[in-house]
Design a protein around this ligand. Sequence first.
Ligand code: NAP
Ligand code: MG
Length: 398
Amino acid sequence: MAKIKMTTPIVEMDGDEMTRILWKMIKDHLLKPYIELNTEYYDLGLERRNETDDQVTIDSANATKKYKVAVKCATITPNAARMTEYNLKEMWKSPNGTIRAILDGTVFRAPIVVKGIEPYVRNWKKPITIARHAYGDVYKASEMKIPKAGKAELVYTAEDGSETRELIHDFEGAGIIQGMHNINDSIESFARSCFNYALDIKQDLWFASKDTISKKYDHTFKDIFQEIFDAEYKEKFEKAGIVYFYTLIDDAVARVMKSEGGYIWACKNYDGDVMSDMVSSAFGSLAMMTSVLVSPDGYYEYEAAHGTVQRHYYKHLKGEETSTNSVATIFAWTGALRKRGELDGNQELMEFAGRLEKATVDTIESGEMTKDLALITSIKNPTVLNSEEFIKAIAKRL
Ligand code: NAP
Ligand code: MG
């Protein structure tokens, strides 16, 4: 059989620990036998980031601007323990943060739904994709403890020196205050990424905030979304047969619980942080969650939502068997290959992505899975495979 050709490369961002081991197995068993894999390779493993003073991360993000599609393996975000473990020159920033800052994107997280791994919410039949606005609000807030009676105000000083003030509270005793902000540009990018992605995957888009209480702050989010929708996306949505729907955050939460899924839920920064953990655990497993960074300029970076699975890697290093779930990493690859195919008009590549996803889902649904899934599946007597056996079982079906 002739291998599938790729005209344009995908940016390949290799990573760390157990996911780096899975990365190679996926390429060797599931991709290279079928595709003349055309990637521009960047090693984002921590050692290489340290050697290059993290330049390799920046280069990989810039390459994504050039080729538009990237696939990323999970990477270590250094902390104090990693400083010693890897003898680092500096506590390098999170690669995901660096890449997101360069591409200015929104992260969409979606569960991979398979029969036998039932969501805890019975009526959820289709995936719910969470889009989290990753800038500002409480994550870039200034806070103050108020020790005793006194007046707290918001003060804005314009460039010409003129001041606008708003009373926060006249304190009679001790208390606390917080000042947070957001930027119209960032909200606009967020809105465009959401509208574009909804058109991409042909699903409805929901957005919610607390505009009834926060009449200026949250209301601005609502207004920006609506203005951009009306001006740029209304007709495209009608053509695609999808809907943009705004509601109050409380109402959204209630509707989500009663829905059957199958839409994108755009969330403000804090809501997205909290709700993505709720949605992913309700769908069963972090190892079955994919993540894609979509920039308003149309760049895509696909990855698994989980980390490097450090505990399994240490077992692997001791020569012990591991049963690490590679599904989300496989779907990161299929997401990137399908998008590459779409952009290049490469039908074969798109079809291959579909076949690999189907082979992966079928393997689990036929009862062959890794340990994390075997613990939660409703399938009777599942066969627990180790990391490599699972990938080989998929290859066999493929
Ligand atoms: P993690 O790698 O997601 O793993 C946490 C635990 O979840 C694992 O110990 C394992 O539980 C389970 N798990 C996660 N993925 C799994 C999989 N594919 N198969 C089976 N079980 C899986 O999170 P972490 O241990 O907190 O972080 C490890 C490293 O990853 C850190 O250095 C962190 O900085 C990095 N990280 C990177 C990213 C990213 O690159 N996007 C995201 C998050 C974290 P059991 O041990 O109970 O089996
Ligand atoms: Mg969180």
